[in-house]
Unconditional design. Structure first.
Length: 344
C-alpha cells in the first residue's frame, strides 16, 4: 500500500511541569557529552536526506503511539495490551529536504518462549541490525529488566537516542538527572530526548534531532507516502486493534486475525470505491470464542462496526466487512501455523 497523507488533527498540547527550564535541559544534555556520537557535520545541507530510524523498547512502552505521532497519521495499531505490535511496521514522514523512514518493532519478549514470541524477537533483532539511528524508548525515570534485555541488543556502532517517553507523568523533571547519569553508564547514548508523544512541540523537536543523523541520499518513497504496508495488512491490524481494545485483559495476547478476502470495486462519479473484507479472528479456546462473540453477538458486532468506521477513514473508501471466529488450539506454539498466519 501507499497510504496517502490526509489532514492530521493537531496533537493535544500537554503542558510541561513548571520546573522545566532551558537551563535544566542544558544540564541534562551536558551529562551526555562524554562518549557522545554525533552526526556527520560535513554532510551537505542542500541535498536530500533519507534514512532508517528503528523504534525499539519493551512491550507496551509507547512505541506505536510515538511512531504514529512522528509519521503524522496512524500507521501502527495501539492498545493497552502488551504485544499489540507484532510486525515490523514502516512509516514515512517527509519534511523539507528530509525523508524519515521509521520502523516500529514488536516489544522484545522474555516471558513466554513460544513460536510466536521467537518470531517477534527475531523481527526486533533484524530491525536494529541495519539502520542509521535507533530510538530506545523507555518510560521517563524508569528502567527494569525488560528494558535491559532490549538495550543489550543494540549495537554500539549505531547512534542511539534515549527517548524518555511519558514525560507528562513526571512531577519534577529535575528528578531525571540522577536517572540519566545511570542510563549513560549503561550505554553511550548520542542524545537524551524527554518527550510526551501527545505533545506536538516534542514531536517536532524529535524530528529535528533525528534529521541530523540521516545520511545525504535520495528519498526512497514518494513524498506523500506514509507506509509501505498493504491495505489488506492495515485491515488485519485494525481488526486486531479493536479486538484487543474491546476485550481488554479477558482475551489472551495469542489471538490473531487472518484476512480471507480483500476485494475492491471502483467508485462511480462522486461515489467512493467499495472495499469488501472477510476476516477470521483466530483464538485458542472455545471460551475465548465466546468472549469475542459476546452476549447475542454484541461484541463482535461492535468490533466490526469500529473497524469499518476506522478503515473508511484510513482508506477513503466505503467498507463492507464480515467476521468469523475460529478456534485453533496451540497455534502460537506451532511454527508452521505462525508462518501461515503471516509471522516471519
Amino acid at each position: 500500500m501507499s497510504t496517502k497523507k490526509s489532514s492530521p488533527k493537531p496533537a493535544a498540547q500537554a503542558p510541561l511541569p513548571a520546573q522545566d527550564t532551558d537551563a535544566l535541559d542544558a544540564m541534562l544534555q551536558g551529562l551526555l557529552k562524554t562518549g557522545m556520537k554525533t552526526a556527520d557535520p560535513t554532510a551537505a545541507q542542500s541535498g536530500q536526506r533519507c534514512g532508517l530510524v528503528a523504534i525499539v523498547g519493551k512491550p507496551n512502552v509507547g512505541k506505536s503511539t510515538l511512531m504514529n505521532a512522528l509519521v503524522g497519521q496512524k500507521v501502527s495499531i495501539t492498545s493497552r495490551k502488551a504485544q499489540t505490535t507484532r510486525h515490523r511496521i514502516t512509516g514515512m514522514h517527509t519534511r523539507g529536504t528530509t525523508q524519515f523512514v521509521f520502523v516500529d518493532t514488536p516489544g522484545f519478549q522474555t516471558r513466554h518462549n513460544n513460536a510466536l514470541n521467537r518470531s517477534l524477537n527475531k523481527t526486533v533483532v533484524g530491525a536494529v541490525g541495519d539502520v542509521d539511528l535507533i530510538l530506545f524508548v523507555v518510560e521517563a525515570g524508569m528502567f527494569n529488566q525488560a528494558d535491559a534485555k532490549v538495550l543489550a541488543l543494540l549495537s554500539k556502532e549505531v547512534p542511539t537516542l534515549l527517548v524518555a517517553n511519558k514525560l507528562d507523568q513526571v512531577e519534577r523533571r529535575s528528578d531525571l538527572a540522577p536517572w540519566l547519569q545511570e542510563m549513560q553508564q549503561r550505554h553511550a547514548f548520542a542524545e537524551f530526548v524527554p518527550i510526551s508523544a501527545k505533545n506536538a512541540k516534542d514531536i517536532a523537536h524529535m524530528l529535528d534531532i533525528c534529521e541530523k543523523f540521516l545520511p545525504e541520499q535520495p528519498w526512497w518513497y514518494a513524498p506523500d507516502e506514509l507506509t509501505d504496508r498493504s491495505e489488506k495488512f492495515l485491515a488485519s491490524e485494525t481488526v486486531r486493534e479493536k479486538l484487543f481494545r474491546l476485550t481488554g485483559d479477558e482475551l489472551p495476547y495469542t489471538s490473531t486475525v487472518v484476512i480471507d478476502q480483500f476485494a475492491e470495486e471502483p467508485g462511480v462519479g462522486k461515489q467512493k470505491r467499495l472495499v469488501r473484507i472477510a476476516a477470521t479472528i483466530v483464538v485458542e479456546r472455545d471460551s475465548h470464542k465466546a468472549m469475542v462473540i459476546g452476549d447475542k453477538g454484541e461484541r463482535i458486532k461492535r468490533i466490526g462496526t469500529e473497524t469499518r468506521v476506522e478503515l473508511e477513514r484510513l482508506l477513503d473508501a466505503k467498507v463492507f466487512i464480515e467476521m468469523w471466529v475460529k478456534v485453533r488450539s496451540g497455534w502460537a506454539d506451532d511454527e508452521a501455523r505462525v508462518r501461515a498466519f503471516g509471522y516471519e
